[in-house]
Write a protein that binds this ligand. Sequence first.
Ligand code: GAL
Length: 391
Amino acid sequence: MKTRFLISFVLIVIAVCMPGCKKKAPTPQEPESKPEVEVKETRLMSANEEPFGQTADGRQVTLYTLTNTNGLRARITNYGAILVSLEVPDRDGKLADITLGFEALDGYLKMDTYFGATVGRYANRIGKARFVLDGVEYKLAANNGENHLHGGIKGFDKVVWRPEDLWANDNEALLKMSYISEDDEEGYPGNLACTVTYTLTKDDELKISYEAETDKTTVVNLTNHSYFNLAGQGTGDILGHELTLNADKYTPVDEGLIPTGEIRSVKDSPMDFTLPMSIGSRIKQVGNGYDHNYVLNSGGGTLALAARVYEPTSGRVMEIYTTEPGVQLYTGNFLDGTLTGKGGKVYKKHYAFCLETQHFPDSPNKSDFPSVVLQPGQKYTSVTVHKFSTR
Ligand code: GAL
């Protein structure tokens, strides 16, 4: 009994001492460190900030970082309320940045691609850059041929947002920013007070919520314009990503990408993503690629599943839930290899996809489309959740 006890004791002593044996002996300058204890890294939800440079007119801009307990990390700047990067684990737990963008502010100041940006006052196109509200014609900035695109020449993506809130608790990390768009800015009526809130949850969701109020009848349609590549940004095209859209219909467009007003079934056409289908399987049949608004089956108004994207090599899955009635599928058709982004990556055609949750393009001129009119005393709200998992 005694011998057994002694052997066990010696074995335990050896086991405890072994890891220490690998350690090099401390030099005279190096004080003996405390015994090494294996500490399992526990990540906390966190929300931090650091300087991100300044705009051409000398305004200081900040970069905010939201991190969750699983290591997901979203970096956001208050210039354009832009999502600068989004790191998400693959099926082996390896993180990769899955959004296109730039390392420094300079890239964002020059871009015309809307990488990661908050887009407004009206996301997407308004035909002939005009609309009539209460019998008054409003003329907007024409920045896409004769049409108005993504809020005009200086849309919400090119202004400095005011930070309002930055915090983290056990469940989420949050950044809230605000912007007041003045009456007649880019031609829109009414002073519009807006907020955008990014929330990273412990359940691997990035939630983007918007609120807006006006002092004069106006139109509002806000979205986020992130370019995703679930295999990792800049690693190749997204044609092998498998997409499902909860949409039986879409809004066909004319040559200027303005909806004709028709709401057409996707059935028996390359527009059909009601069942999982690789983005590239029929893309050649849709000209330059997908750049279409889908009419979500939910009809909008309540948070509902709009899209699911699966990337087979990494196993990453992104689900998009939204309160919006539509989503623009854009397959990076205008990326042409002239932009170099984060990590020196060159962004070529179809290197990313966007799923911009929204009201339908040109709604101010289409009385049959869900209304985008906001009256004084009403509150505009819109919520979109990006939920990440692996398979
Ligand atoms: C998308 C739009 C495209 C293109 C792109 C920005 O939202 O649908 O047509 O304008 O933004 O390059």
